[in-house]
Design a protein. Structure first.
Length: 461
């Protein structure tokens, strides 16, 4: 075990904080530099009147036991909450109607979400062979080939916007949905793979994304990174924007010197290791002088703009039951927003009992052009459509919006070239580690998993 080694961690989002916690426990001297004035990164919770507003992730999926372990270790058990049973039900909009996304054979046969031809096409999946060029396929090509156009349009297209705010024609199946890709690659098909994959996951004590429990915290998602940060003693410096990293020689050894800006002044300090968890475009600026090729790769990663629109109504004004997670809107339906989460139905403590809270998503990789429209008009359009779908006649009692100019990294076609370059960079620059949501998955669960794997790589170094 390497004790008393020092490490500077760039960024206090969930990726940086989880790794910092394990490294501190292992005896490393840690220092986190964060440009904002609080921990959490994309996990941002605010409250107003009785409304608890998550502007970033509204929930996470417990796809790994690491999340529960971390929660327990930091003594945050009583704060973790799971989604209500009813929120297993999800809706998809088709022809201005909300249809339940079927989860079993009999609801699938009965649903009007898919046509008879669309359903029959799905049954052909086990007989479709492997693709020649599977590696460089978009999720749209992959799904169209295996499951047909209608399943792509009314299941995968909305699902992809729900997870990545992404465009299925550009996202790489191999990089963005590695488990789906593996099902074909290893088992020859999705149905065959799902049966065998379930057995493998059982052995690894992992949960599939379909069966993993959805969690949040009593005081919202940001309370979790805040609680981790509180266990990191005083090792986080806020309002410190990292500018540069370079290798320097100190007596007989070399160290990594980090320069950062705080209060208009430039400061620096040195450490044995660097773990960067800041977004790809920022990492490009910080590490670009060490390796311009790395900067080129990082800058190519597209982060589409997304507007999060949080709205609340009195329950009495909502003309349909709030009996699910919310709904997603396929591109074909041509609306001004991607979907809506029925936030107060999923978790308790999101607003007073006589009110209901909703989170809408606008834009994403599918429709970044929407932001050419004036903000007020855009909000008005989305709100009108939402009210029509939900049969609401009244005006909202709260509207809050948050614009994410660069929301979520898109693992688009060719992402494998970036991934290979990241591996090469780490080999050529021993002591620097790259992590964060542009590597190994964008979900909160994936970020925690990736943090553990980078932690292991660091301690084995
Ligand atoms: C709108 C939205 C909704 C989402 N919904 C979900 C969801 O429902 N479920 C889910 O699982 N995931 C969701 N995600 C994805 C998930 O929240 C993120 O992928 C994850 O939180 C990223 O964590 P991270 O630590 O890797 O990066 P970040 O959270 O981005 O953290 C990086 C940190 O680096 C800091 N930083 C940047 N530049 C510098 C610098 N130069 N110097 C120092 N610090 C710097 C930033 O301020 C930030 O704190 C959502 C994301 C967004 C944006």
């Amino acid at each position: 075990m390497t004790k008393n080694k020092s490490i500077t961690i760039l960024g206090a989002g969930i990726s940086g904080l989880a790794a910092a916690y394990w490294l501190q426990k292992e005896g490393y001297e840690i220092q986190i530099l964060e440009s904002r004035n609080e921990p959490g990164g994309a996990m941002q919770t605010e409250s107003e009147n009785s409304f608890l507003i998550d502007f970033g992730p509204n929930s996470g999926l417990e796809t790994t036991p690491l999340i529960r372990q971390l929660v327990e270790e930091i003594g945050f058990n009583d704060e973790m909450i799971y989604a209500s049973e009813i929120s297993n039900k999800r809706f998809i909009l088709r022809d201005n109607q909300l249809h339940i996304l079927p989860t079993g054979l009999s609801p699938f046969l009965r649903t009007k979400l898919f046509s008879v031809q669309g359903k029959l096409r799905l049954f052909g999946e086990p007989f479709i062979g492997k693709s020649e060029d599977g590696y460089y396929q978009s999720i749209a090509q992959f799904v169209k080939r295996r499951l047909g156009q209608e399943f792509l349009d009314y299941a995968i297209d909305p699902f992809v916007s729900g997870v990545f705010a992404g465009d299925p024609h550009r996202l790489s199946v191999k990089s963005a949905f590695p488990k789906l890709y593996r099902l074909e690659e290893i088992y020859g098909g999705l149905v065959k793979g799902m049966i065998k994959g379930a057995r493998e996951r059982k052995k690894r004590a992992e949960e599939s994304k379909q069966s993993a429990k959805m969690f949040s915290f009593v005081d919202g998602m940001q309370s979790f990174p805040k609680a981790i940060a509180a266990r990191l003693k005083n090792n986080i410096l806020f309002n410190c924007t990292v500018k540069n990293v370079e290798l320097i020689s100190m007596s007989n050894e070399s160290k990594w010197k980090v320069s950062y800006e705080n209060n208009g002044g430039i400061h620096d300090f040195s450490s044995d290791y660097i773990l960067s968890t800041v977004p790809a475009y920022t990492t490009a600026d910080i590490l670009g002088r060490l390796d311009p090729g790395l900067a080129d790769h990082l800058k190519e990663i597209y982060y589409p703009p997304v507007m999060v629109l949080y709205i609340g109504f009195y329950k009495k004004d909502i003309g349909r039951p709030l009996d699910g997670f919310g709904f997603l809107i396929p591109s074909k339906e041509k609306k001004n927003f991607l979907g809506a989460i029925w936030s107060s139905t999923i978790f308790p403590n999101r607003c007073d009992d006589d009110k209901a809270a909703f989170t809408l998503f606008v834009g994403g990789a599918r429709s970044p052009h929407l932001f050419d429209t004036e903000k007020e008009i855009l909000i008005d359009n989305a709100l009108k459509e939402f009210k029509q779908i939900m049969n609401i006649k009244a005006e909202p009692i709260i509207i809050k919006e948050r614009m994410w100019q660069r929301a979520i990294p898109q693992y688009n076609l060719g992402y494998i070239e970036h991934e290979n370059y990241f591996d090469k960079f780490e080999k050529e620059n021993p002591g620097i580690f790259l992590s964060g949501n542009y590597r190994g998955g964008i979900s909160v669960g994936d970020c925690v998993k990736n943090s553990e794997s980078v932690f292991k790589r660091i301690i084995e170094n």
